[in-house]
Design a protein around this ligand. Sequence first.
Ligand code: HMG
Ligand code: MG
Length: 321
Amino acid sequence: MERKMERNAPALPQSLALPEAVKLVEVGPRDGLQNEARHVSAAVKIELVDRLSAAGFANIEAASFVSPKWVPQMADGAEVMGAIARRAGTVYSALTPNMKGFEAALAAEAGEVVIFGAASEAFSQRNINCSVAESIARFEPVAAAAKAAGLRLRASISCALGCPYEGDIALEKVADVVARMRDLGCDEIDIADTIGVGTPLRTQAVMEAAASVFPRERLAGHFHDTYGQALPNILASLQAGIRIFHASVAGLGGCPYAKGASGNVATEDLLYMLHGMGIHTGVDLDQVIQAGAFISEAIGRPYGSRVGKALLERGRRQECV
Ligand code: HMG
Ligand code: MG
């Protein structure tokens, strides 16, 4: 179904040089589903993760060990992590805001734990009920325990391109939080546009600010698509040397503490763009489309990926010929 395209052979100016391959983190089972008002059963979540594993992702965010009072949809993380068919070569990540979450993630055999802070004080308070400085103090034992257990440690920094409560966020603030996460020993740090307000040149400036204090190759872009800027921002990030991106199957999601924010960039749309540019992902687009159609039907939502819809429609037309 997927159209194969040749990699652009001619040399590009250095500023436009594109990589041979990128790492994708599929966040649909966590970021995609956490905001669903209607209960999604553990069985559906497990089948979604299994379908995404089969599609070939190197990393899937499969669960979130947060307070069930704050995010009821994620309360069954242990059940989900206990039943998924783990694929060799896929790291299964879980969000862990504190030691209670870490202990649950460890028991559930997560391969990577994710501490999540913010570049905005107001968002930090709304999302995790503490200041940025308090959050770092809370993450310290989590980071130490992750290292002691031999787990990968990732940090996500919300509102790096704008905050629903504070508006613009200074580059220095982003760099400061990245540096604090670096000092905790993070293997990878996500620069998150929680409400999707960023545009490409600002994205490049934010990535440069982050890369001034943390290795560029271990930074990731996490773009919500509220204003349709996620793909342009990813292209701008690629041109700034970023090589890890997050995406959500069927474009599901949002953050319960960022009202009005829509889902992440749809994985299907990102795969189409990357494969169209000859960039290897190791992920099978057709299988992601099947997973996207499955989860959309299971939760009663229209399928939210343009590429997925177009290719499914093309497949149906070809069947009729
Ligand atoms: P708190 O109320 O300040 O915590 O919440 P607390 O330590 O005072 O505990 C209060 C109660 O929560 C206690 O229970 C604890 O046991 C329980 P009680 O005695 O009242 O029955 N509790 C927990 N239960 C299960 N697992 C835990 C846990 N911790 C405490 N880990 C807390 C602080 C951080 C827990 C809370 O604010 C919370 O859970 N927030 C999570 C919010 C969230 O999940 N947001 C969405 C994910 S972040 C996101 O989507 C952004 C991202 O995608 C990037 C981007 O786009 O920006 C990553
Ligand atoms: Mg997010």
